[in-house]
Design a protein. Structure first.
Length: 201
């Protein structure tokens, strides 16, 4: 299903560098990242919306829902076996202030370089369709619960973090990291469903 969707595994630092807005860019659009990463597989595609949702930008009203919908649409395409991800124009036009994203990436990159030492291609059973589908299904669930959880401050952070970790595992071909993301997503589901009645009431 996901075979040959990426040219090669990436490091976390490389992935974050691809998210970097251009120096003279004032507004960063999701479509900008999409054009750069379109041929690198679904992992990087899931990384950007989940990363944005994990940053202070994710506290802006509407952003958790938009990123959740984006994650949901990409993960559904994985389950359907699409080889090339597609998103509607409205999602591609999701934007944030470039300097905010640039500043966040600058702060995170030194830690990413340290994490890269532990990210290695392993647990190759995760390449099997059944396990890939399991990850995609968890991403679908995370994207779905992020929408109502936006009404509860910071609750959407857990599913967003889970998706980011799973996407890093996919991008770096590290199945062990992807499994960590799956575990966090399961915890997020339990916590999320406990708070969903308060969110929708």
């Amino acid at each position: 299903m996901w075979a040959k969707t990426a040219e090669r595994s990436m490091t976390l630092t490389e992935l974050l560098t691809k998210m970097q807005p251009r120096s003279k860019q004032n507004i960063f659009y999701f479509g900008d990242f999409w054009e750069v990463m379109e041929k690198r597989g679904f992992g990087p595609m899931l990384a950007l919306p989940s990363f944005i949702a994990c940053t202070p930008v994710g506290a802006i009203p509407g952003i958790p829902s938009l990123t959740g919908v984006t994650i949901l649409l990409i993960a559904l395409q994985i389950l359907l076996g699409s080889r090339h991800p597609w998103l509607p124009r409205k999602v591609m036009d999701i934007q944030c202030e470039a300097h905010r994203l640039r500043d966040m990436l600058k702060k995170v990159k030194p830690y990413a370089a340290r994490v890269d030492r532990f990210l290695v291609p392993r647990c190759f059973f995760m390449r099997q369709p059944v396990f890939r589908s399991l990850i995609a299904l968890n991403c679908v669930g995370c994207g779905l619960v992020m929408i109502p959880l936006e009404l509860i401050p910071f609750m959407g952070l857990i599913p967003a973090l889970a998706v980011f970790i799973m996407s890093v595992g996919m991008a770096t071909d590290d199945g062990a990291v992807a499994l960590v993301g799956v575990s966090i997503s399961l915890f997020g589901f339990v916590l999320g469903f406990q708070h969903l009645p308060a969110a929708v009431s």
